[in-house]
Design a binder for this molecule. Sequence first.
Ligand code: ATP
Length: 316
Amino acid sequence: NLDVFTFGETMVLFQPEQMMPLEYVHQFPKRIGGAESNVAIGLTKLGHSVMWFSKLGNDSFGRYIHKYVRGEGVDTSSCLFTDKAQTGILFKEQLSPEDMNVYYYRKGSAASLMKPEDLDVTSIAQAKILHISGITPALSETCYVTVIKAIEIAKQNGTKIVFDPNLRLKLWSSEKAKRVFNEIAASADVILPGLDEGQLMTGKIEVEEVAEALMGDGNKTIIIKLGSKGAYLHTKNEKAYIDGFTVKQIVDPVGAGDGFAAGIISGILREEPLHKVVRRANAIGAMVIGVYGDVEGLPTYEAVERFMKPAGNIRD
Ligand code: ATP
């Protein structure tokens, strides 16, 4: 009885607490970083059963990631460990509150060796939703074909597909990303682009035009993320801007999109009206950026409900 299947690369993240060039940094606190495991952890906290698949290096970093994700209650039983490559790592460099660099050491990583035969076909077939991120097909040719295979399995078994483009221009060119994103989007039931990603995919500029173009002639749900402004929901019968929540202090802007995706998938699983689903996803996005780290701010269902209530409510 599996709600969601997702897969991708999670790396060990070294993120200094000081703001300075990395050449002067002496201490690197260690955490994990990976969009798909963020979504998996977010969904688990919201009360759903989730399987996250990856190929990890048979090394300390691989074991650390595996334990961390499993420790959050995600099913990691289909994960594979390999001796052929190491677990990928990344460093973040904060130069000022607005100025952050990311350095990947992931080329040829264990996760980039994922191949179609590695997929747990039964779990994808049984899951209600397959979450696909646009990072995975950028990792390698075998990862790209693995994504296409997962989509095929989902299609054959009535598993709904939710696609978050997650454009990473350090991994591939915008031309290649555009082609692959549109290929995946054609099979997706729900598409969750940022406005910039939607513009890249469609060549349109305006939010509503982008959404219309992403619909194709299909029966899809398009939800365009608009940062602090919230999101735009577009289906055959419903078109609406749904306001974001006010964030008192942005502590760490990264991870909002993954929290948002977890919120959307959770709402779909709960079969709630879509405007309500998007509102809760906006709330989760806002909550995540108020806390340091990508997964630390991911809330439980009760915590989001509390957050969405007008201020001044007393709990007793
Ligand atoms: P990420 O930086 O994680 O890749 P993203 O670019 O995919 O995120 P955003 O539009 O930045 O997506 O954020 C996703 C959602 O989080 C938004 O649709 C919104 O609901 C919420 N959000 C993001 N930034 C803010 C903000 N400054 N204030 C309030 N809500 C926000």
